[in-house]
Design a protein around this ligand. Structure first.
Ligand code: SF4
Length: 190
């Protein structure tokens, strides 16, 4: 919820502000003064009301289901069903929770990662897509990874970071370390 529609640095600033309250668990967020929570979320940039609303809905969901964490770490189908009911998490968020919170080998793919991978897969792959489907892209990435949680986590962090920082909507191909093997690189733009 902190990372949606913002940059990694603003996300990190909001996280640091929550850490200072401190409000990093559902109970601590529930007890925190609303003003302090709002001030922390402001650090993440736009969509402040939606972000606060989503955070509080998530807190409520955790508090209503005391076994939430255990279920997320348990059998994948049940964990996935539970997380799918958390408001505003989206498919990428659900899979991020499954990987980092539940230790499941599932690759989180959101719009940013889908853009990067489809550009790497074929020339102009992203720009040609009318309605990107995340599942085939997730399967493509998973097929290239060993079935190890640490490999999934490293790949997820790298792909997301690269997608947001370098292979943005307007990509910075001239400084991209993958440009030598990317069929979608743009020669004349930076
Ligand atoms: S070369 Fe350009 S299009 Fe290809 S991955 Fe790098 S930034 Fe993206």
């Amino acid at each position: 919820m902190l990372s949606a529609h913002t940059t990694p640095s603003r996300r990190d600033a909001a996280y640091a502000a929550l850490l200072r309250i401190p409000a990093l668990t559902p109970d601590a967020m529930f007890r925190a003064a609303r003003g302090r929570l709002t001030a922390a979320l402001v650090q993440a940039g736009p969509y402040q009301e939606q972000r606060l609303h989503a955070l509080l809905l998530g807190v409520e969901r955790f508090r209503r289901q005391p076994a939430f964490s255990a279920i997320v770490r348990g059998a994948l189908p049940r964990a996935r069903r539970l997380l799918a009911r958390v408001p505003r998490l989206g498919e990428g968020g659900v899979h991020r929770m499954l990987l980092f919170g539940g230790q499941h080998c599932v690759m989180p793919v959101d719009r940013d990662v889908a853009r990067l991978v489809s550009r790497l897969a074929s020339a102009g792959g992203w720009e040609r897509l009318k309605a990107p489907r995340l599942r085939p892209i997730r399967r493509m990435i998973e097929a290239g990874l060993p079935r190890e949680e640490s490999a999934y986590r490293r790949a997820a962090l790298y792909l997301r970071h690269h997608a947001v920082q370098t292979c943005a909507d307007d990509p910075h191909c001239s400084v991209c370390p993958l440009s030598g093997r990317c069929p979608s690189r743009r020669e004349s733009r930076s």
